[in-house]
Every structure is written in structure tokens, then in C-alpha cells.
Design a protein around this ligand. Structure first.
Ligand SMILES: Nc1ncnc2c1ncn2[C@@H]1O[C@H](COP(=O)(O)OP(=O)(O)OP(=O)(O)O)[C@@H](O)[C@H]1O
Length: 296
């Protein structure tokens, strides 16, 4: 496949409510090239998670959601696929890592059962012995010292950091072309979060996986992402390479977000002035943003 792994054009989303339509996304466009790590960063409620859920094909058939625009994954328009086809993509060609591993690993099954289930999505005929071998290798790849023991364990018997590694291994087990990581590790302490991110980075580099990295934490984004989209109230405020955006933030909202990153200077953290109309300024696009041809 040539072209980007993911291409989103003029995506709009509204939810029907008792008081009328609530518009949540106002025409966002973004793309992720093969092997690229792209961050979508913004404050709570800005529309990051709904964007991820649309990419995963989870909102397309929700009755209260009104969607328009293009979402193309591996060259296929998701709106043209059936629900069953979108379902088949999840866990195989695209997968997801969540903030809190304990909420996505099932507490009542040992790790192996869950791993087997994941592998079966891509290969329904896989035998238990084959799955055991694949799972042990995948866990060894994320530096789990005793994979066989971990596979026999229940998630509650493992530490948060270990569960996070299991989740990364599972998410990459079927070699997806796109990984969606929603604030991975924020439910864990900062050292474990840092280790998790390092590991995830190593793994996606090794597999050549494209990543949509969702975060409100600019410090983490700076470490992890090649390119960044800053989202504010359902609009892209600024986009560019991580280097350009952090060196020369031009949009008032990005500047406010950056100013709000805690520093060890003892200075107070400026508040984000949510009533500021300046944040609705037009999108700033840094040069060399790598837009695919004919994209905008
Ligand atoms: N199913 C739904 N029905 C109605 N409104 C929704 C629904 N899902 C999300 N929203 C609204 O869409 C907006 C964007 O939500 P979203 O979860 O994408 O924010 P976010 O940027 O991911 O925030 P956070 O960082 O807190 O997860 C919010 O105002 C939210 O209330």
C-alpha cells in the first residue's frame, strides 16, 4: 500500500441530544504516514477520544452520532465498509492501548486465554500450542523475564507496569499497521509511565507501526511523537513536526498549553483562559508537515 496509513479529511461529528445537536468535531483533518508516530494533543473534552473511536469504527453505527467527512484507513473509506468489516479490522490491522491496563484486561481470565483470543482474531485456526509460542515470544520482546509464568497468571497477580507490557505485547501481536494509544500509562506512576512509553516506542519502531498517540501531556508528546496536531474544542489549532511545534509554537492555544506545562522553576503555572476567543484563530500549519499529495 502506498499513501498514508490513516487519512482524515474534514471530519465533523455531532451528537443528538434532547436540546438539539451538540457539535463536537468541526472539520478536522490529519494523516499518519507509514511508521509515523503522530500525537493528537489537547485538553479534556477537546475531541481526542471521539476521534480515536471514529478511527476504530466505533461511532459509525451509533444512532445518536452524526458523522461526515472522510476517514480512510489503508486506503479504504471506513464509511463504505460494513459493521462486520470494521469489526474485523479491530485487533488485527488496528489496535488500541488504553490508559489503564486493568480496565482493558479481563480480570477473570488468565493472560494466556486473552492472548489466545487476540491471536485468534487474525488466525481463527491457530492452535493453543502455536498461540503459546507466539505469546511467549511477544512477552519476551517486551522484556518480560518469565513469559510462561506471566501467561498462567491473572492480571490482578501482576503489577501495573507488567500488565501494561502485556497490553503492549497483545496490541502488537497481530502486527497491526496502526496502533492507537490513548494516554498510555497515565493511570500508573510516572516512572512506570516513562518505561511504558520507552518500550512502546522500541516496539513500534521494530514493527514499523504507525501510531496515533492521544495525550493532554505535552511533555510526554515531545518525547514520543514525530508530528503533532494540537486540538482545541474540536478544531485543529496547530500542526507540524514535534521539533517545529515545540521550538516555535505560533497558535495562541498552543502557546497557552506550553506555558501551562509544569516546570521546576517554582513559578506559578498560568491558567488556560478558556474564554479566550484567540484560541479560535485559524489553524497554523508548519512547513514540511508531510501532507500527502492532494490532501488539503
Ligand atoms: N456518546 C456521546 N454522546 C454525547 N456526547 C459525547 C459522547 N462522547 C463524547 N461526547 C462529548 O464529546 C466531547 C469530546 O469528548 P472526548 O471524549 O473526545 O474528549 P477528550 O479530548 O478525549 O477528553 P479526555 O482527555 O477527557 O478524554 C465532549 O464534550 C464529550 O462530552
Amino acid at each position: 500500500m502506498s499513501g498514508p496509513t490513516l487519512r482524515i479529511r474534514d471530519l465533523k461529528l455531532g451528537f443528538k441530544s434532547w436540546s438539539g445537536m451538540v457539535e463536537v468535531l468541526h472539520g478536522i483533518s490529519l494523516h499518519i504516514n507509514k511508521g509515523e508516530r503522530v500525537a493528537l494533543v489537547g485538553e479534556s473534552g477537546s475531541g481526542k477520544s471521539v476521534t480515536a473511536r471514529i478511527v476504530l469504527g466505533l461511532l459509525q453505527s451509533l444512532r445518536s452520532a452524526r458523522l461526515s467527512g472522510l476517514v480512510e484507513f489503508e486506503g479504504r473509506d471506513l464509511s463504505k465498509l460494513s459493521e462486520a468489516e470494521r469489526h474485523a479490522l479491530r485487533g488485527t490491522r488496528m489496535s488500541m492501548i488504553f490508559q489503564d491496563p486493568t480496565s482493558s484486561l479481563n480480570p477473570v481470565y488468565p493472560v494466556f486465554t486473552q492472548f489466545h483470543e487476540v491471536l485468534r482474531r487474525a488466525n481463527p485456526a491457530i492452535t493453543a500450542a502455536e498461540a503459546q509460542m507466539r505469546a511467549e515470544k511477544a512477552l519476551a520482546d517486551v522484556s518480560i523475564p518469565d513469559p510462561a509464568r506471566v501467561l498462567e497468571s491473572y492480571p490482578f497477580q501482576l503489577s501495573g507496569g507488567m500488565n501494561q507490557r502485556v497490553m503492549i505485547a497483545m496490541a502488537l501481536a497481530n502486527e497491526p499497521s496502526l496502533l492507537i494509544a490513548d494516554e498510555p500509562g497515565t493511570a500508573l506512576d510516572v516512572t512506570v509511565q516513562a518505561q511504558t512509553l520507552k518500550l512502546m516506542r522500541e516496539q513500534v519502531e521494530r514493527h514499523g507501526t504507525s501510531v496515533l498517540f492521544i495525550s493532554h501531556n505535552l511533555g510526554v508528546v515531545r518525547e514520543f511523537a514525530d508530528r503533532v496536531y494540537v486540538i482545541y474544542k474540536g478544531r485543529i489549532a496547530e500542526q507540524g513536526s514535534a521539533a517545529a511545534l515545540f521550538e516555535d509554537p505560533r497558535h495562541p492555544y498552543t502557546q497557552a498549553l506550553l506555558a501551562a506545562v509544569p516546570r521546576i522553576t517554582g513559578e506559578g503555572i498560568p491558567e488556560i483562559d478558556d474564554a479566550s476567543n484567540a484560541y479560535f484563530a485559524p489553524t497554523v500549519v508548519h512547513e514540511g508537515n508531510g501532507e500527502p499529495e492532494g490532501a488539503s
